[in-house]
Design a protein around this ligand. Structure first.
Ligand code: ATP
Length: 441
């Protein structure tokens, strides 16, 4: 009887090159040749983006396959060989891990995965769960990669999800500028949006499908379904050979990391949180162009920061005033000044009344009166009229911002950030079958 085998992989790469998705792409080819049946697209699972020791996007991989029991040993050694050959072993903070699990994913692994999306998970705890759930663990270095590898296995993407088609460069081109035609990316964007997302940054026109840096990815197109991704790939023109490409199923663009919390005690370092609060201080801009304001969450005060790279989003933050009711979404950073929520999104729920107090006009000559001292009324400087009962007038000023959801521009998105265009396209309990082809070779 064939078995279901889940393979989780993480932490194979460093800033100097490599990419865990590339290891997955190699394995798709190698395992297909061994005759295994893929039960799903490789899963590209993004985890808590606030983990300080991540290389880039905190991504991990799960492969889910159906195999005959006699092939399991062969597959295990193929996976381990591929990971070892393609990991940046020996470089600091590269602690690759591979986990294997047969049969259905236990609830405890799913729970660990949910936690790894918004919180920091302890390696020792992960290893205990692996032991209890009969997972086989292979890890190098300080075992840190086990958390990501297990979390990838635990996230079966039964709810909302997206797809990404990733293309890879041949060895000789890696590290050199990527030759991807910007016009063709713009054309692809026009032809496939909103079924694809975050292709370009509208504020700057910058192409977002190509990463920077020496990793083997040439470009990645993110979208709602695998059919649109094939269509999009045909439109993008490149001036260099593509070694291989694979379609991944992913939690990118789903906001699945943002955890709604009801108590201020849950605002903890490195968590990804969302909560409702009241603006407590006027926003101000600090050197570097970052905008900071304070919010009160059930009596506890936190800083919120709209960082410089969020561009025009900062203008919205600047328009807040004390008393506005907001929902803040983002990662918690421990700073000397206290806990700061690094804003990924902001919802303005209710605007406070903005008022200004003005001196009254003289009822006789209509010029502006002057105060005679606190509580002593006003006097007209022009005609001398005095009114000891006169008070300052409260004038309501218009607010130049509206309630609603505000998201920074795509260039500042995290992989997990749900862009505007995905609202209303969320998937519930459905998924697409394999398109033909879904990988080459
Ligand atoms: P890339 O996006 O290029 O694959 P990366 O940003 O995913 O790189 P990794 O090299 O995978 O970076 O490093 C992330 C490390 O953090 C891994 O060792 C992973 O196991 C660990 N990790 C991920 N999520 C958590 C979490 N929630 N708690 C604790 N450790 C985590």
């Amino acid at each position: 009887m064939a078995l279901t085998l889940h393979v989780g992989i993480d932490d194979t790469d460093s800033m100097q090159g490599g990419c865990t998705t590339y290891v997955a792409a190699l394995l798709v080819e190698r395992l297909s040749k061994l005759g295994v049946e893929f039960l799903d697209y490789p899963n590209l699972i993004r985890l808590n983006p606030n983990i300080p020791w991540k290389t880039r996007g905190n991504g991990a991989i799960a492969l889910r396959i159906k195999v005959e029991p006699q092939l399991v040993d062969r597959i295990r050694s193929e996976v381990l060989r591929t990971v070892e050959e393609n990991s940046q072993l020996g470089i600091e903070y590269v602690d690759p891990a591979v986990v294997f699990l047969t049969g259905p994913v236990p609830e405890e692994v799913k729970a660990l995965s949910r936690r790894a999306l918004y919180d920091v998970v302890d390696v020792g705890y992960a290893l205990k769960v692996a032991g209890r759930c009969g997972m086989e663990v292979f890890a190098y270095g300080d075992f840190r990669g086990v958390v990501g590898a297990m979390a990838a296995v635990g996230e079966e993407l039964t709810g909302d999800h997206t797809y990404e088609l990733l293309t890879y460069r041949v060895v000789e081109y890696r590290g050199k500028p990527r030759m991807v035609s910007e016009e063709s990316v713009a054309e692809m964007d026009r032809a496939t949006r909103p079924r694809t997302f975050d292709n370009l940054d509208p504020e700057t026109g910058r192409v977002l499908i190509t990463p920077r840096g020496p990793d083997p990815v040439l470009y990645g197109i993110r979208g709602e379904d695998p059919y649109t991704l094939l269509k999009a790939m045909k439109i993008v023109k490149v001036g260099e050979p593509i070694e291989r490409w694979v379609i991944f199923r992913s939690n990118q663009g789903t906001d699945s990391h943002l955890r709604w919390i009801d108590e201020p005690g849950e605002v903890k370092p490195y968590r990804a949180v969302a909560f409702r609060a009241v603006v407590y201080s006027k926003p101000y801009t600090i050197p570097g162009g970052h905008v900071i304001f304070r919010v009160s969450f059930k009596g506890e005060v936190f800083d919120c920061a709209a960082y410089e790279p969020t561009g025009g989003f900062r203008d919205i933050a600047r328009k807040l005033i004390p008393g506005d009711v907001v929902e803040v979404y983002g990662g918690v950073r421990p700073l000397d000044s206290g806990l700061t929520v690094n804003l990924e999104k902001l919802r303005i729920v209710e605007l406070a009344k903005k008022v200004e107090y003005r001196n009254p006009k003289c009822p006789k000559c209509l010029s502006t009166m002057k105060s005679m001292g606190r509580g002593k009324g006003f006097r007209c400087r022009k005609c001398g009229f005095r009114d000891p009962k006169a008070r300052k007038l409260e004038v309501e000023l218009p607010r130049d911002v509206k309630p609603g959801l505000y998201i920074p521009p795509p260039r500042a998105h995290r992989h997990l950030t749900k862009p505007y265009s995905r609202y209303g396209q969320e998937k519930k309990g459905m998924r697409y079958g394999f398109v033909e082809p879904w990988h080459i070779p």
